[in-house]
Design a protein around this ligand. Structure first.
Ligand code: EPZ
Length: 422
């Protein structure tokens, strides 16, 4: 997909179904390395981050077969602990393989991980935790070399509730000797999903979803079948699109508790947002939305950084002045430039001493233009803005969006958008 073309300005009506979670399946794929038996995961989204992760895992000797949205992983012939496939540089979550490979082989070699260009994204917390578990680590020839005689359970206090570091520690601790306690752990729903599947495989993990997680190391794990949780960021993107365009959209498989704060913000902006009993959320917007004085992105259950660009698109059209503070990444306001090309009024001030802020003064309408995507969630924000803008918008570099959205063009076509990929 090179570009997305949108003739925007029309309200959306109908149903949108949310698929499985990108940020849950990626650590769950790593968890499969803990067992020689087959693990089948259903509700897996067809996105390029999963494809890239499977490329890397196949290089390790893993067999992966898919049928529809079901994926079966067989690690019985895993024979390689060098995570150095050229795909490692493409996705951040390749780092999540480190914990599981060390757990399985007592050693690992990995090229430095890549991912969206939204900040430096170091992995110091991951490596410090492994060192506390008895892993020797050095950096040579652009690779991290990890080795341990005995992976030992210990208490680890994270300086920041890092999602990836929490997941990596859980995966290494799953086969360590003894008990590991993580304090200041990340609380995201994707961590709970990882706990659930590891326990389904015979593990003993408790506390995911809270700041303290306890893991008892086990020698062996068995296969299982697991249904992936829905993607809360895709669900939130759809909700925000309905807020931007107006109309009446039913978002199914939305798990409201995963987006409680977003739903609160949508109501505060003045849209109707009703949580229905079957894990659906209905967004109905008929009048101009109000600005939100201040939003600060925080670790879960705070406002998710992965919905910040999409919210910024909505606030471009809200009545009044909104301020967004981005506290997780140092350069995640890249959508602002393209939004301003559509007629938005956004001022970004970003430095490491005062912090990273976007001040958005709402305008009455946006006008279509040719714009450029820079990363996964920036592109999602530009799709939302293009759907709301009057006239034609062409989003170049559209390929980033396939990393985390299975078929965003089809999803919006289904609710009446005039959108196509080219
Ligand atoms: C996960 O990334 C998600 N990715 C990100 O989603 C999400 O934005 C992020 O969590 C925060 O919620 C996946 O789950 C695959 P972190 P992760 O470790 O684990 C710093 C998307 O769009 N940090 O919680 O990499 C880091 O630089 C993606 O789906 C260190 O300094 O996030 C960042 O500023 C984008 N040292 C902050 O912590 C470390 O060792 C949060 O990072 C690790 C992280």
């Amino acid at each position: 997909m090179n570009a997305i073309n949108i003739n925007g300005g029309t309200p959306l009506y109908g149903e949108m179904i949310v698929g499985g979670s990108k940020n849950a399946i990626l650590p769950i794929l790593a968890a499969c390395i803990l067992t020689d038996e087959k693990v089948t995961v259903t509700n897996v989204p067809k996105i390029t981050d999963v494809d890239d992760m499977l490329y890397i895992m196949r290089d390790l000797g893993v067999k992966a077969t898919s049928s529809g949205h079901s994926l079966t992983i067989d690690c019985s012939n895993i024979c390689n602990y060098r995570i150095s496939n050229q795909h490692v540089g493409k996705i951040r979550s390749s780092v999540i393989l480190l914990g599981a490979v060390i757990a399985r082989f007592s050693c690992a070699i990995m090229a430095h991980p890549g991912g969206c260009d939204i900040g430096a994204r170091p992995i110091d917390m991951h490596l410090d935790a492994f060192r506390q578990m008895g892993v020797e680590i050095r950096y040579e020839n652009d690779c991290w070399l990890c080795n341990t005689n005995k992976l030992k359970g210990t208490s680890i206090a994270l300086p920041f509730p890092s999602v990836g570091a929490t997941e990596n520690i859980i995966l290494a601790a799953a086969m360590a000797n003894g008990e590991t306690i993580i304090t200041n752990a990340a609380r995201e729903p994707e961590i709970v999903a990882l706990q659930d599947i590891i326990n389904l495989m015979g593990g003993d993990v408790k506390g995911a979803g809270t700041s303290t997680i306890r893991i008892i190391g086990k020698k062996r794990y068995h296969g299982c079948e697991y249904t992936l949780i829905p993607d809360r960021i895709v669900a939130g993107t759809y909700m925000l699109a309905a807020c931007a365009t107006g109309g009446d959209v039913l978002i199914k498989n939305a798990v409201p508790s995963h987006n409680a704060l977003l739903i609160d913000h949508i109501k505060r902006m003045g849209a109707d947002c009703n949580v229905l009993s079957d894990n659906s959320v209905r967004v109905h917007k008929s009048k101009r939305l109000c600005a939100i004085d201040y939003v600060n992105t925080l670790p879960f259950p705070g406002f998710p950084t992965d919905l910040q660009p999409q919210l910024m698109s909505v606030l471009c059209l809200a009545n009044g002045r909104s301020v967004i503070r981005e506290s997780i990444y140092e350069s995640r306001f890249k959508a602002a430039q393209s939004l301003c090309s559509l007629g938005a009024d956004i001022k970004v001030t970003s430095n490491d001493t005062d912090g990273h802020y976007a001040v958005i003064n709402g305008v009455n309408d946006l006008k279509g233009a040719e714009i450029f995507g820079t990363d996964l969630r920036c592109n999602a924000a530009l799709v939302i803005a293009g759907l709301a803008a009057h006239g034609n918008t062409r989003i170049n570099n559209a390929h980033f969006i396939s990393r985390g959205y299975e078929d965003i063009v089809g999803a919006f076509l289904n609710v009446g958008a005039d959108i196509s990929e080219c």
